[in-house]
Design a protein around this ligand. Structure first.
Ligand code: ATP
Ligand code: MG
Length: 313
């Protein structure tokens, strides 16, 4: 549904995008995760036809963004970082206005606005001026203007920024309701947001894609730290001290409320699971389970975006 090939963008001397390529399949939610200035908004603005790339190609629903911008705009709904709300209008009249601009046929405007209002939980504020609404409601109006022409693709730039936790949940539920129906790209700095909402994650750093994979798999190829959870049989002697003596082990932490379960962190390449099994055989430990754990998305993010490198590797 979305295909981007080797997208580059320079602003004068500054290179904002340094060759970005990715695909998003129909019905999928892709999260863009990246630090400030990584190039998320720039990519989104190119995809939505608001800005040309310096080079490279972007296709949306089979249309080239540069060559067929009108076809693309019909099929894409965009929530920019700062939604262009006409605050002196009422919610309903603003959405009617946007629907008209986006080419919704006159006789369908009423029903299109009605369903966007309903979907975004705006029915009760339809007649109010946008400027009098809370930030959460204004953000919902921003999303409503992005879906009012029933686009197949949604591009949401930091959809939950600045909202209170209750509003965040509502916006996330709304976005989740698009899964399978619309193809969505959303950008965020919030790692749990990606974990809760996205099927796949692209970590963007300094104008490049540093990693792109399923949410669960991302980071499985990254060498950060070896981490395993070790469970001993109930009532076994605590063997924390023995685990700590294994080669490569950096720390052993007893898990909360589980006296026989330990989290073991070891140096990359120490093959800690195998070592634990071998030692358990030799010394007849009452071992119940050894489970290798994947790095967290936060660790992957920090590793790939170059922060706190010293802490993690
Ligand atoms: N119109 C512009 N003129 C000059 N430089 C720009 C322009 N827009 C973006 N940039 C630069 O391009 C780089 C990428 O910016 P972009 O806004 O895409 O980052 P971002 O990932 O969206 O960051 P944030 O998380 O802060 O929103 C930054 O270095 C930014 O300063
Ligand atoms: Mg941005």
């Amino acid at each position: 549904m979305i295909e981007v090939q080797d997208l580059r963008k320079n602003f004068g001397e500054r290179m904002a995008l340094d060759g970005i390529s990715f695909r998003v399949e129909k019905g999928e939610i892709l999260g863009f995760l990246g630090p400030n200035g990584a190039g998320k908004t720039t990519t989104m603005r190119i995809l939505t036809g608001f800005m040309p790339p310096t080079s490279g190609k972007a296709m949306v629903a089979g249309f080239d963004v540069m060559l067929r911008p009108r076809e693309v705009k019909k099929r894409i709904g965009y929530l920019p970082e700062h939604p262009p709300l006409y605050k002196e209008m009422t919610v309903q009249s603003y959405l009617g206005f946007v629907a008209r601009i986006k080419g919704v046929a006159g006789r369908q405007i009423r029903s299109s606005v009605g369903s966007a209002l309903e979907r975004c939980g705006l029915l009760e504020v339809a007649g109010r001026l946008i400027q009098n609404l809370s930030k959460g409601y204004q953000q919902r109006v921003g999303i409503a203007q992005a879906i009012v022409h029933s686009p197949e693709v949604m591009v949401l730039d930091e959809p939950t920024v600045g909202l209170d936790p209750r509003q965040i949940l509502k916006i996330r539920n709304l976005i989740r309701s698009f899964r399978g129906e619309k193809t969505v790209i959303l950008s965020t700095h919030i790692i749990p947001e990606v974990e809760k909402l996205c099927d796949r994650v692209a970590i963007i750093n300094e104008g490049r894609i540093a990693a792109l994979d399923d949410r669960a798999r991302i980071g499985s190829t990254l060498e950060i730290v070896e981490r395993v959870s070790v469970q001993f049989a109930p009532l076994a002697q605590p063997l924390k001290g023995r685990l700590e003596l294994l080669e490569g082990v950096r720390s052993v932490i007893q898990e909360d409320g589980a006296p026989n379960r330990f989290l073991v962190e070891a140096q990359v390449g120490s093959e800690i699971s195998r070592r634990i099994f071998e030692r358990a055989m030799e010394e007849r430990w009452p071992l119940a389970e050894v489970t290798p754990l994947r790095p967290t998305l936060e660790e992957v993010f920090l590793k790939l975006t170059g922060e706190e490198r010293g802490v993690l590797s």
